[in-house]
Design a protein around this ligand. Structure first.
Ligand code: HAS
Ligand code: CU
Length: 551
């Protein structure tokens, strides 16, 4: 029984959440289809025919835009909105404001249609970073605005829930899952202001012809203001599940409730002052400032290390409660036949390597070796492509039965699906990373490249990337079929409970009261951002001119 089993959410409210999850999953299926084209581009000898086979992807860059935007922005945001708001509503035991919840759903839907439509029509071949001077159709930018506004509305729905709940519980500790929601969406709201200014102030008016020049360097920097914290906006819903749900699913306990809160607060504080680690090689930005962002990046590594330790402890408590003995005997006793658990443990294993490769990226000197090479897709398919995506698949394996009342079909196939994803991504990322270390550029069509096709050091990389990516596609397709069949034909098994874990060593009331003081944490987050980004914006003009970047 979950702690919130007594509370039922009105069906209509749940429906908006469920449909937002469905939308995310539909976009996911389209995104992995685009991913297959990317994988085949590495191994098929030619070229133009490949891109004719995939509708809406007549060129490599159109396909790569679809792949990146659908998966990194559409799938993650929509899934997170639906899942996180459900969790927060359950934790607060209240229905969210229906109009706000509905507005979030409709903004996401209309935004997704505009973004996907412009990409498919070939009017937005700008990749997911949308760097100018590449220009997309104005409707593409408008779609992006709506998608981001949808996340703000979901955040607002959660904040309203909190306000109402606090009125009734002036002295109580916020339920942990709701706390995680608030930290995640507060972090993202502040962080997303960079990309909001970029799109509304630069890209959209420029694409409408309101001015004919744009400053690519300023646009890039505004993008990365949001672009690093966005990775934690993708990640934190998975962390919420790893901390507060997986322990219950494996029959164990969450290590410490206050420590978990501290971790989410550290992300609120440290996610945004880091963005310049994407711009180590950019001109016109002082090295000392880049190094400040480097230090903040190393600091934001820390809460993930706490997570690794805490989640391992929780898994161990579950394995031991199930009779596991000895140093490693508990691992075997984990419920590996449960696809939701297996997918998420394998996501953690993939993410461990992704996180470690992030250390390489963050280190200034090593970054110069791997920046803009195929190493990067190796890194982020282990992080967002596995730590997050495979976790979301694992979550779906209980979430869809929970919301539809239909039992999960083909459980064994679902377990195989999770393993296949890990095998696929390991093969893929091994290929990409090895290629990157041999200077293979990223964002390059291998089947169409005019040089380097015969470089021996790249051949194994292409092969592994092609094979690994294809395995990932097969796994993703299996996932889609399992979910679809569950929704359409799953046995009417009744709703499974939402898992909510109890704490092992420290309960909610043992934490410092200051953990509940949102103005303190949000204020501190803003101060850190001003310290890390203020000098950049203040000296921007002068730096550009004095270093010869701008006339
Ligand atoms: Fe990153 C580039 C640095 C995390 C995604 N990153 C990217 C890009 C993406 C991305 C998409 O400093 C490319 C953007 C583009 O298109 O240009 N990244 C880091 C660092 C971290 C990090 C230091 N990245 C992420 C996450 C992502 C993500 C999370 C998505 C979700 N990344 C960089 C840098 C660049 C970069 C540079 C720019 C490079 C360049 O030059 O362009 C850290 O936050 C990572 C911390 C993670 C860990 C792992 C903890 C492990 C855990 C699991 C434990 C396992 C258990 C299982 C419990 C320390 C929590 C046990 C199992 C049993 C069975 C017992
Ligand atoms: Cu980053």
């Amino acid at each position: 029984m979950s702690a919130t089993a007594g509370f039922t959410l009105p069906r209509q409210d749940e429906r908006y959440m469920l449909w937002q999850v469905y939308l995310g999953l539909a976009v996911f299926m389209w995104g992995i289809f685009a991913g297959l084209a990317q994988a085949l581009d590495r191994v098929l000898p030619s070229t133009s025919t490949l891109w004719k086979l995939f509708p809406g992807q007549e060129t490599y860059y159109q396909g790569l835009t679809a792949h990146g935007v659908f998966l990194a922005i559409g799938f993650t945001f929509a899934f997170s909105n639906g899942f996180m708001l459900l969790v927060a509503s359950r934790a607060f035991e209240r229905a969210p404001n229906r109009a706000v919840n509905a507005a979030s759903f409709w903004c996401m839907t209309v935004g997704a249609v505009l973004v996907a439509g412009t990409i498919v029509l070939g009017k937005a071949n700008v990749l997911f970073t949308a760097y100018p001077p590449l220009m997309a159709h104005p409707l593409f930018y408008l779609g992006l605005v709506l998608v981001v506004v949808s996340t703000w509305l979901t955040g607002l729905a959660g904040a309203l829930l909190y306000r109402a709940w606090r009125r009734d519980h002036p002295d109580a500790r916020t339920p942990l899952q709701a706390f995680a929601f608030l930290a995640t969406y507060a972090m993202w709201f502040i962080a997303s202001l960079g990309v909001a200014v970029e799109v509304l102030g630069l890209l959209l008016p420029w694409s409408l012809g309101l001015f004919d020049k744009i400053d690519p360097q300023l646009a890039r920097s505004l993008f990365w203001f949001s672009g690093h914290p966005i990775v934690y906006f993708w990640l934190l819903p998975a962390y919420l599940s790893w901390y507060t749900m997986i322990p219950r699913q494996v029959g164990g306990k969450l290590l410490s409730d206050p420590l978990t809160r501290l971790v989410f607060l550290l992300f609120l504080l440290l996610s945004t002052p880091t963005g310049l680690h994407h711009q180590y090689t950019d001109p016109g930005i002082d090295t000392w400032l880049k190094n400040i962002h480097l230090v903040a990046t190393m600091a934001v590594f820390f809460p993930s290390m706490i997570t690794a330790f805490s989640v391992c402890a929780a898994l161990e408590s579950g394995g031991r409660a199930r009779g596991g003995r000895g140093w490693f005997g508990w691992i075997r006793k984990l419920p590996w036949d449960d696809p939701s658990v297996t997918a998420q443990i394998l996501a953690m294993i993939g993410f461990t390597l992704g996180g470690l490769s992030g250390l390489v990226n963050a280190s200034y000197v090593m970054n110069l070796v791997v920046h803009n090479t195929a190493w990067m897709p190796g890194h982020f398919h282990l992080t967002v492509g596995t730590g997050v995506a495979l976790s979301f698949m694992g979550i779906s394996y209980w979430l869809i039965p929970h919301l539809t009342g239909r039992g999960l079909v083909w459980r064994r196939a679902a377990v195989v699906q999770a393993w296949l994803w890990l095998i696929g991504v390991f093969t893929f990322s091994r290929g990409q990373m090895a290629g990157g270390l041999e200077s293979l550029p990223r964002r390059l069509s291998v089947s169409q490249m005019s040089y380097g096709a015969d470089i021996p050091a790249w051949q194994t990389s292409h092969l592994l990337t092609g094979i690994g990516g294809t395995i990932m596609f097969i796994s993703g397709l299996m996932f889609g079929l399992i979910v679809l069949w569950t929704v359409l034909r799953g046995p009417a098994a009744g709703r499974v409970d939402m898992p909510v874990a109890d704490a092992m060593v420290h309960g909610p009331d043992e934490g410092w009261p200051v953990l509940e003081r949102w103005p303190v944490w949000i204020g501190l987050a803003v101060v850190l951002i001003v310290l890390a980004w203020g000098p950049f914006f203040l000296t921007y003009e002068w730096n550009m001119v004095s270093t010869g970047v701008a006339p």
